[in-house]
Design a protein around this ligand. Structure first.
Ligand SMILES: NC(=O)c1ccc[n+]([C@@H]2O[C@H](COP(=O)([O-])OP(=O)(O)OC[C@H]3O[C@@H](n4cnc5c(N)ncnc54)[C@H](O)[C@@H]3O)[C@@H](O)[C@H]2O)c1
Length: 347
């Protein structure tokens, strides 16, 4: 197959491209405007493609908002499947600039979906998020838990889900898998010398594990814990931290699943991706201190609006239907790979 990966120069998309190149014979085409992704990541993926010697890799520096160029690309290339990662994903920015999120996430997704239906492409895999649940009504969170996003980022993703689902209802040949990711972290663990070749590289960074790792490496003076009075064992928020390699593997399972006749079933193809258990902010900090052997400064901060105490996936559906099982459910391993990667981008 020829797979289009939008956002393949970014954190999660690049790990999926890596697995496609190393574990399948599919050709991969990356579409990315490099707004938050990195050319260095694409170059590393080109090296990985050469070394793997399986499918080919092509890169188009292109903005999804350039509808003419995107439509033309669908005429030049014959895609069999689309994996759509490209998006804006900083919650606070979405609150300050909601239109950026509705345009880049929802409008551009709608256009991409229309290119797929025009070209007769039947396999569409979409990066969604636990943010669609807002402050969830139940934990662990099921796919059937009510979706009530509390910020424009979560809403822009839920609206994209709706576009995809409604399109599938009236287009027999268009099928989809929507993956709702929980807290993605860690970096490439397949490198032969154990130094990740790719990893999380956001500027600015807003996620806990890379921020703690940066603190351990002296790139930040301290790490702040926002709230120690939550109704959890140690009072700090608990999240379902998922290794990016396991998340990437879920996309490969989803692609296989879309090739099966049973993928056309009545149930929406929406799956949580998480481990079904979590760690607190304090546990993450302790784990990074342990794996780095650095005792860095920790500050106390006030609770932040919209931070639920617990956010944990019920992952029964993805295990039962996609036959996806975790391989790297190990917080120390996640933190170690994040630390090794962060040390590398330091150089
Ligand atoms: N990182 C997480 O923990 C997490 C959690 C839940 C969901 N997600 C979703 O996963 C996807 C990937 O996230 P990530 O962390 O890899 O983000 P990222 O910012 O590292 O990657 C996004 C990529 O998309 C590209 N892009 C953005 N807008 C584009 C446009 N208009 N045209 C072309 N390219 C564009 C960027 O340059 C970047 O390479 C996003 O859809 C995000 O909402 C991420």
């Amino acid at each position: 197959m020829q797979v289009l990966v939008t956002g393949g120069a970014g954190y999660i998309g690049s790990h999926v491209v890596k697995q496609l190149l190393e574990e399948t014979n599919h050709d991969v085409c990356i579409l990315d405007n490099l707004s938050t992704g990195h050319l260095e990541t694409v170059e590393t993926l080109e090296t990985i493609a050469r070394e793997a010697g399986r499918g080919a890799l092509r890169f188009y520096k292109m903005d999804l908002a350039d509808f003419k160029a995107v439509a033309k690309l669908f005429m030049i290339e014959k895609f069999d499947a689309v994996m759509h990662f490209a998006a804006s994903s900083i919650v606070s920015e979405s609150v300050a600039n909601p239109l950026k999120y509705y345009m880049n996430n929802t409008v551009n997704t709608a256009h991409l979906v229309s290119c797929c239906t025009e070209a007769g492409i039947g396999k569409f895999i979409f990066s969604s998020t636990a943010a669609v649940y807002g402050e969830p009504q139940e934990v662990p969170v099921k796919e059937t838990t009510s979706t009530e996003p509390i910020n424009p980022y979560g809403m822009s993703k839920l609206m994209s889900e709706t576009v995809i689902r409604d399109t599938a209802v009236v287009n027999d040949h268009f099928d989809y898998v929507i993956l709702r990711y929980f807290n993605v972290s860690g970096a490439d663990v397949m490198a032969s010398d154990a130094v990740p070749r790719i990893g999380e590289w956001h500027e600015p960074e807003t996620h806990l594990i890379p921020l703690v790792v940066k603190t351990a490496l002296g790139k930040r003076d301290s790490i702040t814990v926002y709230g120690e009075d939550y109704d959890t064992e140690d009072g700090t928020c608990v999240r379902d931290y998922l290794h990016v390699e396991d998340l990437a593997a879920a996309h490969l399972r989803a692609l296989e699943y879309l090739g099966l006749p049973l993928a056309q079933g009545d149930e929406p193809n929406i799956f949580n991706v998480g481990y079904g258990h979590g760690f607190s902010v304090s546990q993450v900090i302790e784990t990074v201190k342990k794996v780095s052997s650095v005792d860095f400064a920790v500050e106390k901060g006030k609770r932040r609006a919209g931070d639920p105490a617990l956010l944990i996936a019920d992952n029964q559906r993805i295990e039962n239907v996609l036959k996806w099982y975790a391989r790297y459910d190990d917080l120390a391993l996640i933190c170690k790979s994040a630390l090794a990667w962060e040390g590398k981008i330091d150089e």
